[in-house]
Unconditional design. Structure first.
Length: 152
């Protein structure tokens, strides 16, 4: 019983993180912390790290704390919330930094229609170089219109 409950906590947390990501991206990264996110929207940026990479540290902090308090004094549900956040962070890294921005050349020739749709939506997000007038703030969920032209 506990095993199923903990698995459901991880899945629910992972799913909820897409909403958290959308809200944070739109209202924090494109809001009061734009100065950290701005270099990510510059097409000529050539550095290995961006100021935007600080968001990995910011978003990892709650996960680390939840792991810590989820093991103290014994394993509890907080650990599995932290695990759900970690799993989303890994997915975010693989989708955003590897697949979309190709900071690492691992998945360069995908033919998967879903992944191509994600890349299209993110490209539209990046056509706006400023913090206003953006669209497509999420990571895993993007509107259907980005998949339409690929359908047979």
């Amino acid at each position: 019983m506990f095993f199923i409950t903990y698995i459901l906590i991880v899945i629910t947390t992972f799913s909820t993180m897409e909403i958290v990501t959308w809200l944070t991206h739109k209202y924090v990264m494109h809001g009061f912390l734009w100065y950290l996110h701005e270099d990510h929207h510059q097409p000529k940026y050539k550095g290995v790290l961006e100021k935007n990479d600080w968001f990995f540290v910011i978003f990892a902090t709650p996960s680390v704390l939840l792991f810590w308090y989820g093991l103290t004094p014994e394993l509890n549900y907080l650990f599995f919330i932290g695990l759900g956040i970690l799993c989303y962070g890994i997915a975010y890294f693989l989708i955003h930094d590897v697949l979309i921005h190709q900071r690492f050349r691992w998945f360069t020739k995908t033919k998967n229609k879903y992944l191509i749709g994600l890349r299209k939506a993110h490209k539209i997000h990046h056509k706006h170089l400023g913090k206003e007038d953006g669209e497509c703030y999420g990571m895993l969920y993007v509107p259907y219109k980005y998949f339409k032209n690929q359908m047979v």
